[in-house]
Design a protein around this ligand. Structure first.
Ligand code: SF4
Ligand code: SF4
Length: 169
């Protein structure tokens, strides 16, 4: 798996880029966001692309700390705290913001979704600057995944249960 470090580094560079964009949006929307530690209604078991699965796995191995799977809404939650918070997948980082997705029947038109605990007082006028375009991020994630799969020696499913990471530790 070490041969894949190049792809894992590229994945975490991408995540750092996304985090910077998220920090800007959190500043813009600070008055409308109530996200806080232990608020985890948005957490649920999820599947991820192989590039995310193995990149996160590599960081967990490096940390030497094995998470404990629980029966909470996401198996990585323990006492309502994420055990892999620093290295959580892309989707977990975006919860709470105004997220734009292309409509199935018209990908150029966007639907905007957000956690109903946020933006309860007012929803700002939507602009390119205050909404996170998830299609753009997912396209980049798929591109990184395809490069990783080309170099991977073996068969992998299209998506993998995040909690299955535990089986590789
Ligand atoms: S997105 Fe919603 S559920 Fe998740 S932390 Fe923010 S307010 Fe809480
Ligand atoms: S990985 Fe962490 S942030 Fe993501 S859903 Fe699970 S507990 Fe929540």
């Amino acid at each position: 798996m070490d041969n894949n470090q190049y792809y894992f580094d590229a994945y975490f560079d991408f995540i750092n880029f996304v985090d910077e964009r998220i920090a800007e949006l959190e500043k813009i929307h600070s008055k409308n966001l109530v996200c806080k530690k232990k608020c985890c209604f948005c957490c649920m078991n999820t599947t991820v692309l192989p590039i995310e699965f193995f990149s996160i796995l590599s960081k967990i191995k490096l940390s030497g700390k094995k998470p404990e799977l629980t029966n909470e809404s996401c198996a990585f939650l323990k006492n309502s705290l994420c055990q892999i918070y620093q290295i959580r997948p892309l989707i977990c980082r975006t919860h709470g913001l105004l997220l734009a997705y292309g409509k199935d029947d018209d990908p150029l038109a966007k639907d905007v979704t957000f956690c109903e605990l946020n933006f309860t007082k007012s929803i700002p006028k939507l602009t390119e600057k205050n909404v996170l375009d998830m299609d753009e991020l997912n396209i980049e994630l798929v591109r990184l995944n395809e490069k990783f799969l080309k170099s991977y020696d073996g068969e992998l499913p299209e998506r993998m249960e995040l909690s299955d990471i535990i089986k590789y530790l």
